[in-house]
Design a protein around this ligand. Sequence first.
Ligand code: IPM
Ligand code: MN
Length: 380
Amino acid sequence: MKERYHIVVLPGDGVGPEVTAQALRVLREVERLLGVSFEVEEIPCGGAYYLEHGEEWPPGSYERCEAADAVFLGAVGHEVDGKPVMTEPGRPYPEPQLAGFAPVIGNRKRLNLYANVRPIKLYPGVRTRISGEFLTVWKPENVDYVIVRENTEDAYTGETHEIPGGKMTPIRITREATERVVRFAFRLARKRNKLGKVTCVDKSNIVGAHRFFREVFTEIGREEFPDIQLDYAYFDAFCQWQMRNPEWYDVVVAPNLVGDVISDNGATQQGGLGLAAGGNIGDEHAMFEPIHGSAPRHAGKDKANPMAAILAMKMLLEWLGERFSDGRLAQGAHLVEEAVRSVLQEGKTLTYDLVGEERAARCSEVGAAVCEKLARLAQG
Ligand code: IPM
Ligand code: MN
């Protein structure tokens, strides 16, 4: 337990600052209701910052993230005339990259946040927008699994080589990175105590490096987690089964790029990216974020769904509570989730992505509704 928790907040670009503001509002409400104390340090970052300053964030920002108890990230990616702002070659990467990689990909690697945890959970009352219609496709009791995405390697090495006639980007899979992420997934399956199963999703029928990922998964599972069932799927087939039979899954572990794709796919089952939260978790540090992007065309309109950011804040509280054995934070996380569940179920104060433009509430109204529920729940 700590007197005060130091949270670094990186609001970023586009709708990032708006949804972050609502997540912070919820954090402050938890502070008020449960007697915990947070020191919030906001650091500007992203593509818009790069345009103005020629750097993705102020010098020393990485060290500030390292010193924090936890990091919260909004979204990065800025556009000018519909084109994403990229860094200039050599500044600071050899090749142009989306300006904002330092806080996202950089923090993941430098802080060793090796597991990207993305719960796929459908809350009661949420419908999924398909071809403009709001449909009930899945039942909440069937959609409750967690994708654990390896977060430091695979196709995310940042390397691209010239080859005759084109370019080549390598896929790197190491034993060390694979062991730690699969152990994380197995431990999570134990803790969830649901199906007692971990599914390894990869493209090992084609990609040799993924075959190695699968081998390490099998070895660690058999040797260290005999109580957990080992399950396998090729990534293409998984995309289909994930939609058709989500109830088959409990914990899913995947190489980085595969995990990136299947988690956006899974977001559809939760009611869309507006509800999808993730945690980048290591042994010493963690960074939480809504998994949606910066959605530049919706920026500044108080329109975006803040639920994903609020649920990411819930994950932050949960992680902090465990790390520092602070029951108040665990309680806070629980209450935030219950407040979100209740606002979703009531269906009165929801953004356009969940109910359409005509009935839509503003981003800030949703934040206020969650805080109101939270206060009511805390008072019992
Ligand atoms: C995500 C995002 C990032 C990724 C982008 C913004 C680099 O899509 O967090 O899933 O590919 O990891
Ligand atoms: Mn993604």
